[in-house]
Design a protein around this ligand. Structure first.
Ligand code: ADP
Ligand code: MG
Length: 239
C-alpha cells in the first residue's frame, strides 16, 4: 500500500512557479527525505499536503484517500510538524498535547493514555509537567513530534524539524523519527536542506526550483560520492 502519493503537482504564487509537475510516491512505513535548498518548494508542497493551499493542478493521495475528493479522511491520517513552532509556550508539555487531543475529539482517559504513549516514544515522559517555555529547542521539537502522533496518524510530515538545533539534538530527533517509521510503520516525509540527516537506506527525493531532480534509495543515487557532493552536483550549486 502507498503511504503518500503526489502526482504532477504544480503551484504558483502569481507568476512565480514554486512547484512544477512534481510526482513521487512513498510506500507505507518508509522514511522519505525531501532534500532541497532554500526556495526549492518544500514548504509549498507541505501547504498543499495539509490543504492550507488548495491544489489546482495535480493530485495528492494520503493513506489511500484522495485529498481533493475525501479531505476529511485524508487529513485525519496525517500528523504534521510545521517549520515554525506552534507550541503554546505558557502551557506545560502535557497541556499542549491535551489541548491538541481535545481538538481531535479525544478527552479523559483515552486522551491521557495516548499522550503518555506519545511522550514515551519521544523520551519526553518525565518532562510532561514542565512549561514549554522552559524547554530547550530539541525538547520543544520533540514535544511537537509527540503531539503530532496523538491521533494515531499513518503519515507524518515534518518540515525542517531540526532547524536551529545543535548537532546532538538534531541527531536525537532524526533517530527518533527513523525509529517511528521502522518500528511503528509510519510513513514519513522529512523535509530538510541538510544532507547529513539522510541515511543510506532512506528514500530520497531531491527538489530544486520546484522540480524533482532525483528520486530513489539514497545509497543507489549517491553511489560512491558523499551525499553532500551528489546534492551539490544535482542542484548545480557551488560549495
Ligand atoms: P522551501 O520551503 O524549500 O525553502 P518554499 O516552498 O518556501 O521553499 O518556496 C518556494 C518558492 O516560492 C521560493 O522561490 C519562494 O520565494 C516562493 N514563495 C514562497 N512563499 C511565497 C509567497 N507567499 N508568495 C510568493 N512567493 C512565495
Ligand atoms: Mg521551507
Amino acid at each position: 500500500m502507498t503511504g503518500l502519493k503526489v502526482e504532477n503537482l504544480s503551484y504558483s504564487y502569481g507568476s512565480k512557479t514554486a512547484l512544477d509537475g512534481v510526482g513521487f510516491s512513498i510506500e507505507q512505513g518508509a522514511f522519505c527525505a525531501l532534500l532541497g535548498p532554500n526556495g526549492a518548494g518544500k514548504s509549498t508542497l507541505f501547504s498543499l499536503l495539509t490543504r492550507l493551499f488548495a491544489t489546482t493542478q495535480g493530485r495528492i493521495e494520503i493513506a489511500g484517500h484522495d485529498l481533493a475528493r475525501d479531505p476529511r479522511k485524508a487529513l485525519a491520517r496525517i500528523g504534521v510538524v510545521f517549520q515554525q513552532s506552534t507550541l503554546d509556550l505558557d502551557l506545560s508539555v502535557y497541556r499542549n498535547l491535551s489541548y491538541f487531543a481535545a481538538l481531535h475529539g479525544l478527552a479523559g482517559r483515552e486522551a491521557d493514555r495516548r499522550i503518555d504513549v506519545a511522550l514515551e516514544q519521544l523520551n519526553m515522559a518525565e518532562r510532561a509537567h514542565e512549561r514549554a517555555r522552559d524547554l530547550n529547542g530539541g525538547h520543544r521539537r520533540r514535544t511537537e513530534i509527540a503531539r503530532s502522533l496523538i491521533h494515531d496518524p499513518a503519515v507524518l510530515l515534518l518540515d525542517e524539524p531540526t532547524v536551529g538545533l545543535d548537532a546532538a539534538a538534531r541527531r536525537s530527533i532524526t533517530d527518533h523519527v527513523h525509529d517511528l517509521s521502522q518500528h511503528q510503520g509510519l510513513t514519513v516525509l522529512w523535509a530538510t536542506h541538510l544532507s547529513d540527516e539522510v541515511r543510506d537506506d532512506d528514500r530520497l527525493v531531491i527538489l530544486h526550483h520546484g522540480r524533482k531532480l532525483a528520486d530513489g534509495v539514497c545509497a543507489d543515487l549517491r553511489s560512491d560520492q558523499p551525499l553532500s557532493e551528489f546534492f551539490l552536483d544535482v542542484t548545480g550549486a557551488t560549495a
